[in-house]
Design a binder for this molecule. Structure first.
Ligand code: GTP
Ligand code: MG
Length: 205
């Protein structure tokens, strides 16, 4: 898919105030600092579209970006960041759960995990919650540039094996990405393009 335009639309702390256009939407979620905002910029090849930071807790709202004038990407605050106050954590958690429960336009979420890490409870629990609420998601491994090629596949396979030994009967689809060297860009965009095509066919737009 060719990206012809990618523009920031609006930031919200309430899912009910998000844009009401019925076009397909994809949300980026995962622990703080995992690279959600960076990945959005990498996919769109626009450096400062989504705000990034070396310090966790940068994205604090539900941010909508309109792509090619006919679909949305959504940057969300991270979960599981220990240094924000308990009250703040609860507030973020509420935006996020309300967003996923109520957002009709959401066709697929991208759950991001750092390829270097072993499966963490906070991520496994989040994926479980997505499953229970029947919210479709795929897994995106981030920061693949930090590992040697032969270790990357092993880490991903290990992660999938861990999921299968847990509650999952079927492993989620996954992509390996790096915002530093554009790994995974074509594959993720093609994945989105295919879903968009089905969506527009079904809604005869
Ligand atoms: P919050 O908004 O705080 O939840 O974080 P986020 O998940 O949006 O992470 P962000 O994109 O702001 O990136 C966090 C840090 O990781 C930044 O210092 C990025 O430069 C770095 N980073 C993100 N993606 C990659 C990657 O693919 N490779 C490398 N080496 N660093 C990355
Ligand atoms: Mg962010």
């Amino acid at each position: 898919m060719k990206i012809k335009s990618a523009n920031f639309v609006i930031s919200n702390s309430n899912v009910r105030l998000c844009p009401n256009e019925l076009i397909p939407e994809y949300a980026f979620i995962g622990r703080s600092n995992v690279g959600k905002s960076s990945l959005i910029n990498m996919l769109m090849q626009k450096k400062s579209l989504a705000k990034t930071s070396g310090r966790p807790g940068k994205t604090q709202l539900i941010n909508h970006f309109k792509i090619n004038d006919n679909w949305f990407l959504v940057d969300l605050p991270g979960y599981g960041y220990a240094r924000v106050s308990k009250k703040e954590k609860k507030t973020f958690q509420k935006y996020i759960t309300d967003y996923f429960k109520e957002r009709e336009q959401l066709v697929c979420a991208f759950v991001l995990v750092d390829i270097r890490h072993e499966p963490q409870n906070v991520d496994l629990e989040f994926m479980e919650w997505m499953g229970e609420n029947q919210i479709p998601f795929v897994l995106l491994f981030t920061k693949a540039d930090k590992l040697k090629p032969q270790v990357i596949t092993k880490q991903a396979e290990k992660y999938i094996t861990a999921l299968l030994s847990g509650i999952w009967e079927e492993a989620p689809q996954y992509f390996i990405t790096s915002s530093s060297n554009n790994t995974g860009r074509e594959d993720v965009l093609e994945f989105i393009d295919n879903i968009n095509e089905q969506y527009f066919k079904a809604t005869k737009k």
